[in-house]
Design a protein around this ligand. Structure first.
Ligand code: V47
Ligand code: SF4
Length: 354
């Protein structure tokens, strides 16, 4: 019974694999969402976090060809781009009041490790007050190969040059069968976790994601969430979990957008299952402004940020704007009855907007 499972969550007991599956299979999203909101309130009171940030994709040229990715290109393809470090600095300079720069890109076939170190160093020199959240575990694995150093040494070098935190991309779905069909060239789920473990051991906070709504089953989602929960028990280094709503356009696997119901249910079940994650993020770029507002009443306590420029979602049919002004984010949050809290990349509070 759904109600028994929700009572279990309310009394602080950990949900089992079967509980999580039953929640995903249920149509009772109102009550699941209501309880997820109660649990969210236990974690974060009535606060909703956001960050004044800017996304930078240094390149979309990528040696991998993930079948859900409409963003990547091969060298010489139409629409392939690569930014110089000066162009990256220029983009950051244009943004006002920035607290975080979020940097992810393709696995470029020719750039050396020194490009990435120089990028971090020069950004930090110019903008010491801005946190750098950069490079998914997939990119870090690639940088390990480029640097010829160990994983820990590679991360240490990046940290020394200014890496403050890592984003959660590249997790997709851990299950090997699904992963082999989605992104055969990508690092395994085990390697993704190994890289996050090494980061956590060095004190680098990271996020975790799950790409849902393509070819995976509810069992695969639950397996993914439980692996993250078990891992977080061990390291405690994840800051936020972000369910990523699949966008099908211009991709090899195609298919449909997940329904709004699935989006809300996935946020709510994630909040209930991940009882050791402080934050669940409703990424407005993928959910849309209005659905992410509702997600804030379904267990999410973070809406990401101003973003400014976005390519990954929009290449795959994203319908939102790429940028939202700070005042608009504050308004969206306020109209849920919650309190907007501006944060930096490490969840330090910048300002509370009562
Ligand atoms: O790793 C790629 C995903 C990720 C598609 O940590 C797609 O704060 C949907 O990880 N449909 C990058 N998703 C985005 C990401 C992220 C975004 C915002 C905040 C944070 C954070 C992390 O986007 C990729 C991949 O998993 N992705 N293609 C697609 N067609
Ligand atoms: Fe490359 Fe990342 Fe796109 Fe995969 S998801 S093709 S690794 S840019």
């Amino acid at each position: 019974m759904i109600r028994d499972i929700l009572d279990k969550a309310i009394s602080g007991k950990r949900l089992s694999k079967e509980d999580a599956l039953e929640l995903f299979r249920s149509d009772e999203i109102h009550i699941i969402g209501r309880v997820a909101d109660m649990i969210s309130t236990k974690f974060n009171s009535n606060r909703v976090y956001f960050v004044v940030n800017r996304h930078i994709n240094p390149t979309n040229i990528c040696i991998n060809r993930c079948r859900f990715c409409a963003f990547s290109r091969s060298r010489g393809d139409d629409g392939a781009f690569e930014l110089t470090i000066d162009e990256i600095i220029e983009r950051i300079q244009e943004a006002e009041g920035l607290k975080e720069v979020h940097i992810v890109g393709g696995l470029h076939p020719e750039w050396p490790f020194s490009y990435y170190l120089d990028m971090l160093r020069k950004i930090k020199e110019r903008f010491p007050e801005v946190h750098i959240k950069a490079f998914t575990a997939v990119e870090i694995d690639y940088l390990v190969r480029l640097s010829g150093l160990s994983l820990t040494e590679t991360l240490q070098r990046l940290k020394e040059q200014g890496l403050d935190a890592m984003p959660g991309g590249g997790a997709e779905i851990f299950n090997k069968t699904v992963r082999d069909r989605l992104c055969p060239e990508k690092i395994s789920g085990e390697r993704w976790l190994e890289i996050h473990r090494a980061a956590h051991e060095l004190g680098i906070k990271t996020n975790a994601t799950m790409l849902y709504g393509h070819i995976e089953s509810y069992e695969d989602r639950v397996d993914h969430l439980l692996r993250l929960r078990e891992f977080q028990d061990q390291t405690g280094g994840f800051q936020a979990f972000i369910p990523l709503s699949y966008h099908p356009e211009n991709t090899d696997i195609g298919g449909r957008f997940p329904s709004g119901i699935d989006d809300l249910k996935t946020i709510a079940v994630s909040r209930l299952v991940l009882d050791n994650f402080q934050h669940i993020k409703a990424y407005w770029i993928m959910l849309g402004e209005k659905l992410s507002q509702i997600a804030l009443l379904f267990g999410a306590d973070d809406i990401d940020g101003t973003v400014i420029e976005e390519h990954i979602t929009h290449a795959a049919g994203g319908k939102t704007a790429s940028s939202m002004e700070k005042f608009e984010i504050i308004d969206i949050i306020k109209r849920t009855g919650k309190v907007p809290v501006e944060r930096d990349a490490l969840y330090n509070i910048v300002e509370i907007y009562n």
